[in-house]
Design a protein around this ligand. Structure first.
Ligand code: ADP
Length: 398
């Protein structure tokens, strides 16, 4: 079965087409500036040329149509016709408390995803648009929703509740949801395979560190705590997001800057994190360069990040009363040996010892701790699209 995986944003659409026989990537690409003008970059994996040009995309429907046109074209295509695509899997950001697993999409599911819009006002509407666009262009091809929040629905009340009046939870659904669930789920399974142990017997801490970063405590294959919260701003400081801060800062800043809550929240989401502290960049590569050239604020931003990750790992080791393995993944986790080393320097009390030679390798599932290290430390490249395609196949084949 060939499966199209779609990750729809408000003005963008990322896609991959996978052949599930051998789980082979056939093509991938990105539509940008949807609703503005439109640009498609399409990369077939069969040796055919890359397409990278402006294409008019007034709505997501034209974007999907353009993607299918390229996937099936003689010059850039990887399949003969749309009929070869057996199903579509969508990344959906928020499933609230309704979805603890991926689901086949029907009218009832669409209504439930809509009900979660207040919880993810920017993301869920875009995801719905993507599903509707596929339906408009592809007709009755089965579609599946895979939620970022679903994996964390196993968290116990003590981990997901905020200590605020209970009605805010019962009436307004204010609680910790957590995100990056698809990634944490994937890397934890891979880690069990790499360690050669059943996932059910392992206590793992997964560190997804990219533009957005979150850590997850995974006990026996189940998420028991995670650092992102009601929204993805919580937990670690990130590229541009502040992470956990004292909530009274908002009132203080409102009183002293003349900015309202909306404007300040925007600053905490888009102009904070390592960008805000360093004044240099949200990209860790730029921070590394700046710090090595003596920029003290860039060095401080990196220190804050390393310290925050290490503290959270310590908290989750306590939450699970132990840890067998720590996983690093996503842009920073997979690529930055210096970040991994700096974080692990805080963790020698856990008996962690890093092998510098292993830590310098890239692009494969690998153990980077020494044979004697009490806790195994791993780098595992994440693959959220593959999880979406696997879930889609499983649900469609029943
Ligand atoms: P997203 O959260 O958007 O999926 P990624 O997981 O792709 O992001 O991570 C992107 C981030 O990874 C970049 O902003 C950059 O900070 C970081 N990154 C990528 N390569 C490196 C590298 N070689 N060294 C340090 N950081 C890197």
């Amino acid at each position: 079965m060939k499966i199209l995986v779609i990750n729809c944003g408000s003005s963008s659409l990322k896609y991959q087409l996978l052949d599930m026989e051998g789980e082979k990537l056939l093509a991938k690409g990105l539509c940008e500036r949807i609703g503005i003008d439109g640009h498609l970059s399409h990369k077939p994996q069969n040796g055919k040329p890359v397409f990278d040009e402006d294409v008019a995309m007034p709505t997501h429907t034209e974007a999907i149509a353009a993607v299918l046109d390229k996937l099936t074209s003689a010059e850039y295509g990887v399949v003969d016709s749309m009929a070869e695509i057996g199903a579509v899997g969508h990344r959906v950001v928020h499933g609230g408390e309704k979805f603890a697993q991926s689901v086949l999409i029907n009218d009832e599911v669409m209504a439930a995803i809509s009900e979660c819009i207040p919880l993810a006002p920017l993301h869920n509407p875009a995801n719905i648009t993507g599903i509707e666009a596929c339906k408009a262009v592809m007709g009755d091809v089965p579609q599946v929703a895979v939620f970022d929040t679903a994996f964390h629905q196993t968290m116990p009340g003590k981990a997901f509740m905020y200590a605020i009046p209970y009605e805010y939870y019962s009436d307004l659904k204010v609680r910790r949801y957590g995100f990056h669930g698809t990634s944490h789920r994937y890397v934890s399974k891979q880690a069990a395979a790499l360690l050669g142990k059943p996932l059910e017997e392992l206590k793992l801490i997964s560190c997804h560190m990219g533009n957005g970063s979150s850590i997850c405590a995974i006990n026996g294959g189940k998420s028991v705590d995670t650092s992102m919260g009601f929204t993805p701003i919580a937990g670690l400081p990130m590229g541009t997001r502040c992470g956990d801060i004292d909530v009274s800062i908002l009132e203080y800043l409102a009183a002293n800057t003349g900015k309202d809550i909306k404007e300040l929240t925007n600053i905490l989401n888009k102009k904070s994190g390592v960008l805000g502290v360093s004044g240099v960049s949200s990209d860790f590569r730029d921070l590394d360069t700046a710090a090595s050239e003596g920029n003290e604020r860039a060095a401080l931003a990196l220190d804050i990040f390393h310290y925050s990750v290490a503290k959270t790992i310590g908290a989750y080791a306590a939450a699970m009363n132990g840890v067998d393995g720590i996983i690093f993944t996503a842009g920073i986790g997979e690529n930055s040996a210096s970040t991994r080393a700096a974080i692990c320097e805080y963790l020698t009390y856990l008996g962690i010892e890093i092998c510098p030679e292993c830590n310098s390798k890239r692009g494969e599932d690998i153990i980077i701790s020494t044979a004697d290290s009490k806790v195994k430390v791993m780098v595992i490249p994440t693959n959220e699209e593959l999880v979406i395609a696997r879930d889609t196949k499983e649900l469609v084949e029943g």
